[in-house]
Design a protein around this ligand. Structure first.
Ligand code: NAI
Length: 316
């Protein structure tokens, strides 16, 4: 049976987001942190976010913001936080030793049914969970920021994770409106960051070699490739850009290999190119908290609009 109560461990940026996503799905959420003050500001921030989304008409789920808020409670006692929860989402800072400590604490207090899930962006399940008594119930569920409007969740098992843990996590993510994908085995960077780093790496080389300016490089993505990638992936792009994938390979494999063979080594991400990119971006968006915050707010508004459009395109 799917859980009706979940625990979220860590109430920072991602912990808050998970609490909002689970509450929208109708789940009771116990939000745990080591600092009471942190929990208080998390609750206030969650309230503001929910109210704002309700005002904009983008609040998900069948409940009002007040009703969703009432599903979230906070707690500084780990045992009490996980009591009654059948799914635990860990969202503490990206620090292997800290996360291992938390999972070993959880390992001592949970039963054999609860799922222990980590939000980690890049720590491998084999590093996080090996040796735990409940390793079969452990998994990584890696969200993308902001999870409420970018629904992807990468589900990454430990080699000893029970397939039922993966299936239950997948079903739960679907149920709360996220878009889960399953990795069959762990790999450094998972999939999203591997793709992202491949793009960053080539972007860096092109700017470094003086082929294009940093701002034009970004436009290639935002006004070019990115337009279609919000709707279809690179493989479907191949399929549609010819008469199917096989035909695409017949037509373009040689050309792709020719280009790919000119790609350079992994960049250092330092020195002259770093200066050039940093200068261009700082001119466009000065590194001042207020300016960065405003730009992030604008980005999130764009994502909200895109999320709306995607829903509309699906239902049409
Ligand atoms: P954050 O620094 O905003 O929040 C961390 C929270 O953990 C804080 O509230 C802190 O008080 C709490 N904390 C620290 N020690 C703790 C402990 N022993 N027990 C319980 N809580 C404790 O970090 P953020 O950005 O929310 O990241 C959390 C996790 O999510 C990381 O593993 C990160 O890699 C992952 N993630 C982050 C994304 C992002 O865009 N920020 C995207 C996807 C995943």
């Amino acid at each position: 049976m799917e859980p009706s109560q979940v625990a979220v461990i860590g109430s920072g940026l991602i912990g808050r987001s998970w609490a909002i996503v689970f509450a929208a799905g109708g789940f009771k959420v116990k939000l745990y942190d080591i600092a009471q003050q942190q929990l208080m500001s998390a609750l206030e921030n969650i309230r503001q976010q929910m109210k704002e989304m309700e005002k904009l008409g983008v609040l998900k789920g069948a409940l009002s913001a007040e009703q969703q808020l009432a599903l979230i409670s906070v707690c500084t006692d780990l045992k009490a936080a996980v009591e009654g929860a059948t799914f635990i989402q860990e969202c503490t800072p990206e620090n292997l030793e800290l996360k291992k400590k938390i999972f070993s604490q959880l390992d001592l207090i949970v039963d054999d049914n609860v799922i222990l899930s980590s939000s980690t962006s890049c720590l491998l399940p084999s590093k996080l969970f090996t040796g735990l008594k409940h390793v079969k119930q452990c998994i990584v569920s890696h969200p993308v920021n902001p999870p409420y409007f970018v629904p992807l969740v990468e589900i990454v098992p430990h080699p000893e994770t029970d397939p039922s843990t993966t299936e239950r996590t997948y079903a739960l993510m679907k149920r709360i409106g996220q878009s889960p994908v399953k990795l069959n085995r762990e790999v450094e960077g998972f999939v999203l960051n591997r793709l992202q780093y491949a793009v960053i790496s080539e972007a860096w080389r092109l700017v470094g070699e003086g082929v294009i300016s940093p701002t034009d490089l970004d436009l290639v993505m935002s006004d070019g490739l990115g337009m279609r990638y919000a709707f279809i992936g690179p493989l479907e792009t191949m399929h549609l850009n010819a008469e199917g994938v096989s035909n695409y390979c017949e037509r373009y494999a040689e050309g792709m290999r020719l280009v790919l063979n000119t790609f350079g080594p992994v960049p250092e991400f330092s020195g002259e190119t770093a200066q050039k990119v940093s200068q261009a971006l700082s001119e466009k968006i000065p590194v001042v908290p207020k300016v960065l915050e405003a730009r992030r707010k604008w980005r999130d508004e764009c994502l909200i609009g895109l999320a709306k459009l995607k829903t509309q395109m699906k239902s049409d």
